[in-house]
Design a protein around this ligand. Sequence first.
Ligand code: HEC
Length: 449
Amino acid sequence: MNVPDIVVFLGRFHPLVVHLPIGILLLAFLMWSYDFWKKSTAFSQAIAFSLLLGTLGAAASCLIGYMLSLSGGYSDQALNWHMWAGIATTALAAWAYLSFTLKLKSNKNEHIRWASLTLMVIVLSITGHLGGNLTHGSDYLTEYAPIIGERANQLPLPRQVEAAMVYDHIAKPIIQAKCVSCHSDEKKKGGLSMVDAASMMRGGDSGSLFAQPFTENEVLRRIHLSESDEDVMPPKGKTQLTEEEKKILAFWLKHSGAFGLALDSIGNDSINHLAAVYLGLAQGGYDQAQMIALDSVPRATIENLITEGVVIRELVAGSNSYDVRIPSSVGHDKGIELLKKLEPLFENIIWLHLSGLGLKDEELTSVETMDNLVKLRLDNNDLTDEGIKVLSNMKSLEVLNVYGNTLTDSCLVNLSDVKNLKTVYAWKTGITAPRLGKVMLIGAESSIE
Ligand code: HEC
C-alpha cells in the first residue's frame, strides 16, 4: 500500500503518545480506589476530569496507531489483537467517564464505576503488553528472565571451533542481534521473519532467504550495500554489520542456512578462523602431530637469553621448539641486540613476538633464516612494504600480524609468495584488499574498526 509520508511520520509518534493516556487512566483508577477504600468522594471531580482526558488521549493514540500500522511490517494477527484491545480500552474509559458524569440512581452507578474502571485497567494492561510485543518482539520481556529466558536454552560453546554449529553458534547470534528486532513473527518487515529455520526457508515478499543461485541472493545483496543505500540491511541509521559478520553471514547463506551442520563438515581455514575470533575460541594451537625433530639448544644459551630479558617457553616439553618473545619494554636498541643473540636458536623458534619494538625494515632481515617459524607478530613497528619482502621465502609461516605498520597493498605481492600463509592481521596498516588468494587479511580495508 502506498501511504503518504505525513501519515507514516505522525504514526511513528504512537509509541510516545500512548504513555500519556496510560498514565492518566491509571491515575484515575488509583484515585477511585482510594475513594472506594475510604468510602469518600474527595477525588470524584478529579477522577471525572482524568477519565475525560484519558479517553481523548486513548482515542488519539488509536488514530495515530492506525496510521503507524499502515506503514506495514507487523504480523496481522498480533496487530489486530493490539488494535481491538486499544479500542476496547478507549470505550471502557469513556464508559467510566460517563458513569461519573451522568446522574444515575446512586447504587447502580457505584457498580458501573467499579466494573468499568476495573475492566479498563485490565484491558489497558493487555493492550500495553501486546503493543510492547509488536515493538520489541514477544520474547523481549522474558529474554533475560532467570530460567525461562531464551538464553537459558542456548547451546554451550564447544572448546574447538571446528565443533561449532554454523547456524546456532555463529550465524544465529548475529541475526538475533541485528535482524530479528524487525524480522520476527510479530514484526515481519518485508514479510520476513528470521526467528527460525522454517520462517527463513519460507522467506519474505521476495521468497526464500536461501534462493539460488547464490550470486543473486537477496540477503547477500542487501547486507553488502553501502550504508546510505535505501535497500541496505540493517537499514541505514541502525547498527550495521561488521565486515566479519558479513563474511560469516555470506558463508552461512552459501550453505543454505547450514542448519544442523558443524564447521568441521563444511568449514574452511578462513571461515574457521573468523569464527574462532568471533566466538573467542582458541584455534591453531600447536599441533604435536606436525612436530618435526629439532636439534637441541644448549641450556646455558637459553638461560642467558632469559636473564637478558627474552621470554622463552618450550611449546611441548622435550620438543626443542620454542615460543619466543622480546618484550617491547626492552626498547628498540636492546631489542635489536637480543634479536641478534637469538641466532643459535633460530631453527627452533616456532612462534616469535616482536611487537612494539620500533623495528625498521633492515632490522628484520634475520627473521628470514628462521625456517620453522609458524607465527610471527610484528605489530606496532615501523615497517614498510620494503621490510615485508624478506618474508617471501619463509616456508613455514602461517600466521602473521602486521597491525599498526605503514603498509600498502603492494606488499601483498610478496606475501602471496609465502607458501603456507593462512592469516594476516592487517588492522591499521593501509592494506585494503580483504583477501589474498586463500589468505585471510583480517581487519584490512577498515582502519576504523
Ligand atoms: C530496523 C528494522 C530492520 C532491521 C534491524 C533489519 N531489517 Fe530487513 N527489512 C526491514 C524493512 C522495513 C524491510 C522492508 C522494506 C525493504 O524491503 O527494504 C526489510 C526487508 C528485508 C528483506 C527483504 C525481504 C523480502 O523478501 O523482500 C531482507 C532479505 C531483509 N530485510 C534482511 C535483513 C537482514 C539479514 C537483517 C539483519 C542483518 C535485517 N534485515 C535487519 C527492516 C529491518
